[in-house]
Design a protein around this ligand. Structure first.
Ligand code: G1P
Length: 312
């Protein structure tokens, strides 16, 4: 039985990766726990999922990722100490996890790729559409991309992926999609502006530059029909010997609509930072630091005052 048009509630966050791009920082600390300004990267993802209306967060972890569970858990001794010393604001900051989607974890065991990681969510999610958020991709809330994608899925069914406009050189580091434009107004999708909604006709993971399909890369936000689990169950390893999520949703393009097929794309219009990359992480620190309600003004002043010396 398909369970279409049901409110999407599950967010799946694959966080079992080793963080190789960010060594040595990630030798003993999960990359998702590295702070962006004043909170760990994973908290931005949890906030995004919660504000898109998702109430259940499943993090796919590995044995080295205890800190992720601890971050979203109570700490009675610390809470008591902060309360007793009247540090109410700090206390509120460590208790914010209670307002976020309820957190669960499952371990991936063997690191066999992103598709394999998402497959670990099958039991927990069951037979209903769900979202996947890659924690390396930090999307600025100025564009509620996940909310828009959920609106598309609720209207059209099938699956939805975030699309980023990239150069052909950049496209080789992502999934590359070929697309047909759709009219959101004709389809009754108010959340998505004209020019930003597409149907995917093909997708390939990290192609060589001569095989790039278009200027659209598929990036770290997905809303999937549960049919993807059936595909992942038997999907052979693809690029790099890994079970690729991109290969799985490539197959969804050919599945009939009434069986959960069809893949749509929504263009990302806000800023995106790759916080799993050292340079992307620095960019996020600077831009989000400048916007921080308490630190922003002083940080801006510091940068302006020292501009000559800092940027020669
Ligand atoms: C993953 C996906 C890829 C996607 C990218 C960025 O690759 O496999 O399709 O474009 O994330 O969101 P990774 O960067 O983890 O190698």
């Amino acid at each position: 039985m398909r369970e279409e048009n049901k409110k999407i509630k599950h967010a799946v966050v694959p966080a079992a990766g080793r963080g190789t791009r960010f060594l040595p920082a990630t030798k003993a600390v999960p990359k998702e726990m590295l702070p962006v300004v004043d909170k760990p990267a994973i908290e931005y993802v949890a906030e995004e999922a919660t504000s898109a209306g998702l109430t259940d967060l499943l993090i796919i972890t590995s044995s080295a990722k205890h800190a992720l569970e601890d971050h979203f858990d109570a700490q009675p001794e610390l809470e008591m100490a902060l309360a007793n010393s009247g540090k109410e604001t700090i206390l509120a900051s460590i208790n914010r996890y209670q307002e976020l989607a309820r957190m669960h974890t499952v371990r991936q065991g063997h690191p066999k790729g992103l598709g394999h990681a998402v497959y670990q969510a099958a039991q927990h999610v069951g037979n209903q559409p769900f979202a996947v958020l890659l924690p390396d991709d930090l999307f600025h809330p100025e564009d509620p991309i996940l909310e828009k994608m959920i609106a598309v899925q609720e209207k059209l069914g099938g699956s939805v992926v975030a699309l980023l406009e990239v150069t052909p050189e950049q496209a080789t580091a992502y999934g590359s999609a070929s697309v047909n434009e759709l009219s959101p107004a004709d389809l009754g999708i108010e959340a998505v502006p004209a020019g930003d909604l597409f149907e995917l006709t093909d997708v390939v993971e990290k192609p060589a530059i001569e095989n790039v399909l278009s200027k659209y890369a598929t990036v770290g936000r997905y809303v999937f029909d549960p049919k993807i689990f059936e595909i992942l169950e038997t999907l052979p390893a693809g690029r790099g010997g890994e079970i690729q999520l991109t290969d799985a949703f490539r197959k969804l393009i050919d599945v009939p609509k009434e069986e959960g097929g069809g893949v749509y794309g929504v263009v990302v219009r806000g800023r995106r930072f790759d916080t799993g990359d050292k340079l992307g992480y620095l960019q996020a620190q600077v831009e989000l630091g400048l916007e921080h309600p308490e630190l922003g003004a002083a940080f801006r002043e510091y940068l302006v005052e020292n501009q000559q010396r800092l940027i020669k």
